[in-house]
Structure formats: structure tokens, C-alpha cells
Design a binder for this molecule. Structure first.
Ligand code: MTE
Ligand code: MO
Length: 256
């Protein structure tokens, strides 16, 4: 059941329909009372549009066979965060690590690895494409982000999910961060991965938790995730472009 994509799709459709309704109704309380408007929202046309948008947005990234897995998956960017806080957590094998989830949510949460491992999960063998021009195929297992968001309750004004990481890549001291939209967050292959190739994530690959966001380039897949925040806008974060590399000129939408 945990690998059933229709489950996620159904939830996504509900959410997409709700989002469409909310957008259409914002500031239009009067209109919503009128029967033609109610009929439009309930009409087959309205539903078809929602379904199309959801289906196009939810196409799966290609998945591979065990035999395709790259023997030495390259590690890139930070391969060991230098902060004392991270080192202390790593020394205890992340037993004290907690993923914080906050921002525009109804029920902020702190989840241990044990708790994350008990949540609806997905395993996938996918190809990781780095913008620098190399690719590796790996097997990832993790908690699906969609059900986690349902658990904490996304507030209606939330639009993006931001991932805050433990590492600073350069002397500026700016920590790595990334952001994706809610449609991306509910994609069935969007997972918070704790395993790679059947073993707990190693430090070079982002221990204890990293994002897998399979239809976009490698830099979107934040490693060393410490905190997740739901936000309406990322303009106030970092240099305002939605991610560490985005702040340095890369595209926010890195679709492949
Ligand atoms: N926290 C953090 N996440 C990160 C990076 C990083 O430097 N720090 N590098 C990104 C880039 S450019 C790539 S290609 C992948 C590399 O993941 P890997 O080390 O597992 O190959 O992680 C991405 N996520
Ligand atoms: Mo990359």
C-alpha cells in the first residue's frame, strides 16, 4: 500500500481541487453565492482541468532496475558538514537528531528517524543528473513528503516547502537551502530519503536525511535536512531566489 501511487494521486487531486476552489474564491465571497458560479466549480469542465493539471504535473520520473545501479555513486557539493552541531549528531549516529517541521502548518512537529521510518514510504531507483554534467543511478528509500504534509496540516496560504540544511558551502557562511512548490511536494516520488542502496544514508550523501525530487536537477535534492518550513514566499530567505544555488544564478525550476 505504501507504494500505491493512486493513493497519493487521489489525495493530490483533492488538494488540487481545493486549491483551485480557494484561488477562484479568494476575495469573491459574493460570487460564490451565485448559482452559475457554484455550477461552474462543480462542472465537468472544472474537474477535467484540475485532473489534467494534476496528471501532467505528476508524471513519474523513469525508474530503473537493480542491475542499473551505479557502483560508485559520486558525492558532490558538501560531503561532510563542518558545524559542531552536526558533528555532535553524527557522533551519536543521529540518535538525537530531530527533523523540525514548522512555518505555515497547523501542527508543527519534530520527528526522529524512527518516527520517519514508520511513515508511508517509497523505494525508487532513479537517475540523478547534476547540472555539472554527470549522472548516477541510485536506489532511494524514504518517507513520502505528501503524507507528512497532511499529518502536520498545511495552512491555506502556504505555497512552498523550504528545506534548511546543516552545511555551509563557502566562506560566506550561508547555509544550503532549497525550496519546491506544493505540487512538487505531493508528487509520489518526492521523498525524504533515509536509505540509499539498501543502507542508511552515509554522510557524503546527506545523512541522516535528504530530499529526492526526481524530476529536477541534483542541486534541488537538499542533503543534511534539519528543518522544513512551509512558506507563502521565499523572498525573505537567503538572497530571495529560493535556494543556495538559485541565489547564485541557477534556475529555481530545474525540471528535466
Ligand atoms: N545540503 C546540501 N545539499 C546538496 C548539495 C550540497 O552541497 N549541500 N549539493 C547538491 C548537488 S549540486 C548535487 S549534484 C547533489 C549531490 O548529491 P550526492 O552527493 O548524493 O551525489 O546534492 C545536492 N544537494
Ligand atoms: Mo549538482
Amino acid at each position: 500500500m505504501s507504494n500505491d501511487p493512486t493513493l497519493g494521486r487521489r489525495r493530490f487531486l483533492t488538494r488540487a481541487a481545493a486549491a483551485l476552489g480557494t484561488a477562484a474564491l479568494a476575495g469573491c465571497d459574493q460570487l460564490s453565492q451565485e448559482s452559475w458560479f457554484t455550477q461552474l466549480l462543480a462542472s465537468a469542465e472544472g474537474v477535467t482541468r484540475a485532473v489534467q493539471r494534476a496528471v501532467i504535473g505528476q508524471a513519474l520520473a523513469r525508474e530503473y532496475a537493480e542491475a542499473d545501479i551505479t557502483r560508485n555513486f559520486r558525492a558532490n557539493g558538501t560531503t561532510e558538514p563542518q558545524s559542531d552541531e552536526y558533528q555532535a549528531l553524527a557522533d551519536k549516529d543521529f540518535a538525537d537528531w530531530l527533523l523540525e517541521i514548522g512555518g505555515l502548518v497547523e501542527r508543527p512537529a519534530k520527528l526522529s528517524l524512527t518516527e520517519l521510518r514508520a511513515l508511508p514510504a517509497r523505494t525508487q531507483i532513479t537517475r540523478h543528473d547534476c547540472v555539472e554534467g554527470w549522472s548516477c543511478i541510485g536506489k532511494w528509500a524514504g518517507a513520502r513528503l505528501g503524507p507528512i504534509l497532511d499529518k502536520v496540516g498545511v495552512k491555506s496560504n502556504a505555497r512552498y516547502v523550504v528545506f534548511f540544511c546543516a552545511d555551509a558551502l563557502d566562506l560566506s557562511g550561508d547555509k544550503y537551502y532549497e525550496s519546491i512548490d506544493l505540487a512538487g511536494a505531493y508528487h509520489p516520488q518526492t521523498i525524504l530519503a533515509y536509505d540509499m542502496n539498501n543502507a542508511p544514508l552515509t554522510v557524503p550523501h546527506g545523512a541522516p536525511l535528504r530530499l529526492r525530487f526526481e524530476r529536477q536537477l541534483g542541486y534541488k535534492m537538499a542533503k543534511y535536512v534539519m528543518r522544513i518550513e512551509l512558506v507563502e514566499s521565499f523572498a525573505q530567505l537567503g538572497r530571495g531566489k529560493g535556494g543556495y544555488w538559485e541565489d547564485r544564478g541557477y534556475e529555481w525550476y530545474a525540471g528535466i
